[in-house]
Write a protein that binds this ligand. Structure first.
Ligand code: NOJ
Ligand code: CA
Length: 724
């Protein structure tokens, strides 16, 4: 019923929006973005309110409705009397605990409107306009007529100005592990999402629904990205598109009984965010979502360490070994039994490899009992997170890892039985600390328990935050798989290093995989909310290597896998392939050994969603720079100025690139490595194969090396003169 009311309301609102009066407006600090609030209608009880956005004199968001339908108390909040207006501004900088840049400017103008709605319910509509976009949220202040309330629907709309190009995945209550569609708005059809069989728990609800971060491009070349920031104690937002008017209406993920959110005033919603630019590079550089999140709630952050890791992991995804002690495969994908991967001797092999490679950590999956019967049963008590399989010697591995200076990362697959995990969390984290673990990878494969809840509903949003808080109490870093998409909460909980929350590299091992353009879209979509644990670094591209009958493959070249360490930002990066495969290509593996995971600076050099990305980053606290360039299925060339390099220094550049005849499909593992001396006046030319990439490390010469070199050059010149 609420759906019908919502539809009906939006039609009336659209009618009113056409003849609106301007209530107030606020511009970005640089004046390029104007955010207008208008009202229309003539009810004595109030008027409908709308917002609209202009960028460089062009409208990018048409008048769009705001408001709510509450279920308890039963009231529709879509006409208001404005009772107060407040303007303010802020200009400051802050330093993230880790990140793409050393310091971040938080510069905006703010407009806060107090609106009185039906039954005297008061909401505040807070708008912040930055140079890179605008965010707004609703607050329900403490008030006489509202205490506990239930949200049936949020009426927020985003009315687009035309039939834009859009990069989208289907709306869903449980998963974001889809590949991206690129269409016009008028061509969106999310029912095709139902065809993605390899995603276990997915909940399709509307063929016009898409997820955020949603990337669009207008015919005039303006990029518009819609998402949300600071998703706390509220469900995630999907967007339902009216394909005739190009208007999106928010659709919150419901709970088990169909309600959206349970709130207690004072309360606030997440920010609704719209990043805007006519330069795609500025979309990637935007820090607006982070700026709209609360500062770190963790005071002492010295224990939080950005890091690389290897893991007893890919060997299971390629079907070589098993999570399960009895040798079954995940979801019984494989009938023949294979050995158990997480055995003491094998884990020691990974520890040795990490130690010799200077990689600080080793993830181990399949170490604990439960994998025998975990998949697809909607079963509540599967794992207890403290009982190792008999061939995994926790104490011996603790001793061995410590002796090698390597940390183990624990894996907690919850099988989405979250009630069970909540009961075990404290015990599990104590067990971790007692055995020397300070990082955990969690997972939520399957349908959620409490039954009827969804991965992206309010109940789970609260769970993910509880995990972030509780792990922080134990000084544990966390990487979540199958959680809700990121909304910048890593600013508030910097121990939450990364999430998966999109279609990761693993899909390439056992499904139709990720098309070559996938990694050129993710930074414009999923990564707008925060770091992704994509698990790059696969060198053995074709799965036929493991089993001649297999057709699956990674849809990139080997060189592109290296470039992903730069283009797919995360403070937690896996070197995902098997140690024995890295040993086959030691010269290419050198890049993974060298590359940093935490940065003082980032320059987006070239970018177009779905086509290509070229970025350079300066390693934190060192003078080294790294560059990553990736392309979709098309070969491309770039001539890149290295003007980002520090002035007055000479750098030794090692260029890892596709071989002349490389091709993601026909010849993916062919690469070549070239060395060059460059400074900030140089140009490097990059030649990317279809589905290919280039990675470069730039290491400054020391003063001694420079002196030595100058001497050698002089001698060489002298010798050359003599020999003439
Ligand atoms: C899915 C996760 O994304 C993957 O990384 C993990 O290995 C499996 N679940 C098993 O937990
Ligand atoms: Ca996953």
């Amino acid at each position: 019923m609420y759906k019908r009311i919502g539809l009906w309301l939006s039609m009336i609102l659209l009618f009113y929006a056409a003849k609106a009066d301007v209530i107030d407006s606020i511009t970005s600090p640089d004046g390029k973005i104007i955010f207008r609030v208008t009202s229309a209608g003539s009810s004595t009880k109030g008027k409908s309110f709308f917002y609209a956005i202009d960028y460089k004199g062009k409208q990018v968001i048409k008048p769009s409705a705001i408001g709510f339908v509450l279920k308890v108390p039963e009231v529709t909040l879509n006409s208001f009397v404005l009772t107060n207006t407040k303007k303010s501004n802020k200009d400051g900088t802050w330093e993230p605990v880790w990140g793409e840049v050393k310091s971040i400017r938080n510069h905006y103008n703010e407009l806060a409107l107090t609106l009185q709605g039906t039954n005297d319910v008061i909401i505040r509509f807070i708008v912040r306009v930055f140079n890179d976009g605008a965010g707004f949220r609703y607050e329900f202040p403490e008030q006489a007529n509202l205490k506990h309330f239930i949200v049936a629907d949020e009426l927020t709309q985003f009315a687009m100005t035309g039939d834009h190009k859009v990069w989208w995945i289907p709306g869903d209550y449980d998963t974001n592990e889809y590949w991206y569609n690129t269409t016009k708005l008028s061509e969106v059809d999310a029912s095709s999402g139902k065809l993605v069989a390899e995603i276990h728990a997915k909940t399709f609800f509307d063929k016009n629904a898409v997820q955020t971060p949603l990337m669009m491009k207008t015919d005039e070349g303006i990029y518009v990205n819609i998402h949300e920031a600071a998703l706390v104690n509220y469900p995630a937002m999907n967007l339902v598109l009216n394909r005739n008017t190009f208007t999106f209406t928010s659709h919150l993920v419901p709970d088990a009984v169909g309600n959206k959110a349970y709130m207690i005033a004072p309360a606030k919603t997440p920010w609704r965010t719209i990043v805007i630019s006519d330069d795609a590079r500025e979309i990637l550089a935007s820090k607006m979502v982070l700026n709209l999140n609360e500062p770190s709630k963790i005071e002492n952050t010295s224990w939080i360490k950005p890091q690389k890791f290897v893991g007893v992991w890919w060997e299971m995804h390629v079907g070589k070994n098993s999570w399960d002690y009895s040798g079954g495969q995940v979801g019984s994908q494989q009938a023949t039994k294979v050995p158990h991967g997480a055995n003491t001797a094998n884990v020691k092999r990974y520890i040795d490899f990490a130690a010799k490679s200077g990689i600080p950590s080793v993830l181990v999956e399949g170490w604990n009992t439960g994998w025998e019967d975990w998949f697809g049963q909607w079963k509540e008590d599967v794992f207890d997170f403290v009982t190792p399989y008999p061939d995994f010697d926790v104490n011996e591995l603790q001793r061995y890892a410590a002796s090698k200076g390597v940390k183990l990362i624990m894996h907690h697959e919850t099988s989405a039985s979250v009630t069970n995990y909540e009961r075990w969390m404290d015990t599990a984290y104590r067990f971790m600390k007692n055995h020397g673990y300070d990082a955990v990878k969690t997972g939520y494969v399957g349908r959620i328990i409490p039954r009827g809840e969804h991965h992206d509903g309010q109940w789970m949003i609260r769970h993910f935050e509880r995990v972030a808080k509780k792990t922080a109490d134990y000084h544990i870093m966390v990487d979540m798989h199958e959680p809700v998409r990121s909304t910048g909460l890593h600013r508030t909980y910097p121990n939450w290093l990364a999430s998966e929350a999109a279609r990761g590299n693993e899909f390439n091992a056992w499904s139709s995989g990720n098309p070559p353009e996938h990694e050129t879209i993710l930074p414009f979509t999923r990564l707008m909310g925060g770091p992704m644990d994509y698990t790059p670094g696969i060198f053995k591209i074709k799965m036929s290597y493991y089993n001649p009958g297999k057709k699956e493959q990674v849809h990139t070249t080997l060189a592109k896998q290296l470039a992903l360490y730069i283009t797919m930002y995360s403070p937690l990066q896996m070197a995902a392939d098997l140690p024995e495969n890295y040993d086959l290509y030691p010269d290419a593996f050198q890049f993974i050994k060298d590359v940093a995971v935490d940065w003082d600076d980032t320059k987006i050099l070239e970018a177009e969603p779905g086509d290509y990305i070229v970025e350079a980053r300066k390693a934190k606290g060192s003078g080294n720079w790294f560059l990553g360039a990736i392309t979709d299925e098309n070969a491309r060339q770039f001539s890149v100025s290295t003007s980002f390099l520090d002035e007055g220094k000479i750098f030794y550049a090692t260029i890892y690139q596709d071989a002349e005849d490389a091709d993601w499909e026909k010849n993916p593992e062919a690469y070549r490595i070239e060395k060059q001396l460059v400074n900030n006046n140089s140009t490097v030319s990059l030649k990317l194969a279809p589905g290919g990439g280039t990675a470069i490390s730039f290491v400054p010469l020391t003063k001694d090396e420079e002196t030595l070199m100058k001497k050698e050059i002089k001698q060489m010149l002298k010798r050359n003169k003599k020999s003439k």
